[in-house]
Write a protein that binds this ligand. Structure first.
Ligand SMILES: *[C@@H]1O[C@H](CO)[C@@H](O)[C@H](O)[C@H]1NC(C)=O
Length: 215
């Protein structure tokens, strides 16, 4: 009996932990105060009496992001850094612009599930499930279509049209965290040893050095 109860308790604890996410707010809002000396998980709250409408506003998405870069896409993130009113609310968003055939390269969000909506163009999306299956799940999306990238899985998007594409993402954290795989692996500071990456990727030091130069 004690064993059964112990097991049930473990189960309850496990599911409690498994459902953890950004904390639920204990007040109407907690506008981030970046100047506070108090260290908390997130940001300390600005005095609510001093809060202004602009603390809940971000006007920086009116214009197209600059896609003149190696991958031909630009993510304009609106997280708690850009919009202090998002603090403790467990949500953020991004505008994503793509040149023709532009790619938002494989990356993960360490803290967020992403809900992706195509506003203009035709976009190929995909994500890969965890080991050992590493199943690749992919789809071509049209304007108006919605796709979800589950939290922490490697995913990408590519514009497969000859015109610009535009998408909007919502993310289930005020600070979703972005790790772009190629940049993290081949562009770390300082470099991961070439021989480590050569063995991990089952290739030569020369190939790894070339990749490290690019990132
Ligand atoms: C876009 O980015 C490129 C590369 O960094 C830069 O040369 C160019 O001036 C930028 N364009 C605009 C309109 O800011």
């Amino acid at each position: 009996m004690a064993r059964v109860l112990g097991f049930l308790l473990l189960l309850v604890l496990f599911f409690h932990i498994a459902m953890a996410s950004d904390p639920s707010p204990l007040q109407d809002f907690c506008v981030a105060d970046p100047n506070s000396q108090v260290s908390v998980n997130g940001f300390a709250c600005k005095n609510p009496n001093l809060v202004q409408a602009n603390d809940f506003y971000f006007g920086g998405l009116r214009t197209k992001g600059n896609t003149s870069n190696a991958v031909g896409s630009k993510v304009s993130l609106v997280s708690v850094e850009q919009l202090p009113g998002l603090n403790t609310l467990g949500i953020s968003m991004a505008r994503v612009d793509y040149e023709p055939w532009g790619l938002n390269p494989p990356h993960v969000h360490t803290r967020a599930t992403e809900l992706f909506t195509v506003l203009e163009g035709t976009i190929e999306v995909g994500f890969v499930t965890s080991n050992p299956e590493n199943r690749f799940i992919t789809k071509v999306l049209q304007k108006g279509d919605v796709f979800v990238f589950p939290k922490r899985l490697v995913h990408f998007q590519r514009n497969i049209g000859n015109t610009n594409a535009l998408a909007v993402s919502t993310l289930s954290s005020q600070n979703p965290g972005i790790v772009t795989i190629a940049n993290a692996v081949f562009g770390s500071k300082p470099d991961i040893s070439t021989d480590i990456l050569a063995k991990a990727f089952q290739t030569s030091d020369h190939v790894v050095e070339n990749l490290q130069l690019k990132f």
